[in-house]
Design a protein around this ligand. Structure first.
Ligand code: NI
Length: 206
């Protein structure tokens, strides 16, 4: 018996150490590991650094900052008005999602921010966004201002000269961002998301 007790104690200590390691490891993964945390609302929170301040002008040449859109959700997309297909597709989805939300959609401001301010003047962008939704806001600015905004949302863009055409085009990432009433990032939609997907997710935050 006297020889067995220390062995049992040693066994228990080893078991406790293994358990403690597992618990610490699990906590480390929970706290440090994932960049996405599921909220009570079931939405996907993470990438918290997406978004930020911007200084742009709207289609009427009025200076605009995120403060102008506080109190409502913002549905934001970056692109350019000359874009042949990607931008129109995404902006149409945004407009359709707004329509699906019906009256509740009034608490969402759909926003298009250009990455091509050289061509997208306030007048140009105002006429362009009107194609997609009556309440869609088009924002432009100086190249510095639109570049800073794109950077805040981690949007990639690059001017590309097409040797076959006199016009240049813009390579750009195509993601729709949903921001909360304080201007903080909620989630994003990739090209795979349908207008129905967008409306459903946005509806959870209204
Ligand atoms: Ni585009």
């Amino acid at each position: 018996m006297n020889r067995i007790v220390p062995r049992v104690l040693f066994g228990l200590l080893v078991a406790a150490a293994v358990l403690a390691t597992a618990v610490v490891g699990y906590l480390a993964v929970r706290v440090l590991g994932g960049d996405t945390v599921t909220s009570r609302d079931g939405g996907s929170f993470g990438e918290a650094a997406i978004g930020g301040p911007f200084n742009l002008v709207d289609g009427d040449g009025q200076p605009r900052t995120p403060a102008d859109y506080r109190g409502k959700l913002m549905l934001i997309y970056f692109g350019f008005a000359f874009c042949p297909d990607v931008c129109p597709t995404e902006l149409q989805k945004m407009g359709a999602a707004m329509d699906m939300l019906g009256d509740k959609g009034k608490d969402v401001t759909p926003i298009f921010i250009t990455v091509d301010p050289e061509r997208d003047t306030p007048a140009e962008i105002k006429a362009y966004v009107a194609n997609f939704h009556p309440r869609m806001v088009g924002l432009t600015g100086t190249l510095e201002q639109t570049t800073a905004a794109a950077k805040a949302w981690r949007v990639y863009f690059k001017k590309v000269q097409d040797p076959a055409a006199s016009q240049y085009t813009m390579d750009h990432s195509s993601i729709v961002y949903l921001m909360d009433r304080q201007g903080k990032f909620i989630t994003h939609f990739s090209a795979r998301a349908s207008a129905e997907d967008m409306a459903k997710t946005i509806g959870k935050f209204l």
